[in-house]
Design a protein around this ligand. Structure first.
Ligand code: SF4
Length: 132
């Protein structure tokens, strides 16, 4: 019943850590992501949903693919923030591998730089609504 009690994991592949800070904020008592039945797990191998933040670069792209290959199916991917969605401030860098959805299947985009915790929670819930 993934749409009722999904396990969610996060990975930052090369951003400024602003998105990571907002992810942490989303699980604090103020926003309390887990009140929706969403469990945060540290290992993406155990997750139903992977939230990816940061600019994908030459080093992280293969690691991301390896990690994705280890997730149980069905799994879903959320691109969080401008860096993951478009390459962000580093999109013209020689080291940027471009938007996340050019590399792997992305099911939901949560825009912003960084997106607010409310936006991340909204994106996860919208994705769950679609799965249902
Ligand atoms: S989207 Fe903005 S806040 Fe998030 S990692 Fe990129 S630069 Fe930082």
């Amino acid at each position: 019943m993934i749409h009722k009690s999904p396990w969610v994991s996060f990975i930052d592949l090369g951003g400024c850590n602003g998105c990571t800070l907002e992810i942490i904020e989303a699980i604090t008592p103020k926003h309390d992501l887990e009140r929706f039945g969403i469990k945060i797990v540290g290992n993406p191998k155990h997750a139903d949903i992977l939230v990816v933040a940061g600019t994908i670069n030459t080093k992280s792209v293969e690691r991301l693919k390896t990690l994705i290959s280890q997730m149980s199916k069905p799994y879903y991917v959320i691109a969080m923030g401008s860096c993951a969605i478009s390459g962000g401030i580093s999109r013209l860098s020689y080291n940027s591998k471009g938007p996340l959805d050019k590399i792997i299947k992305v099911d939901m985009h949560v825009p912003g730089c960084p997106p607010k915790p409310e936006a991340l929670i909204h994106g996860i819930l919208k994705l769950l609504g679609g799965i249902k």
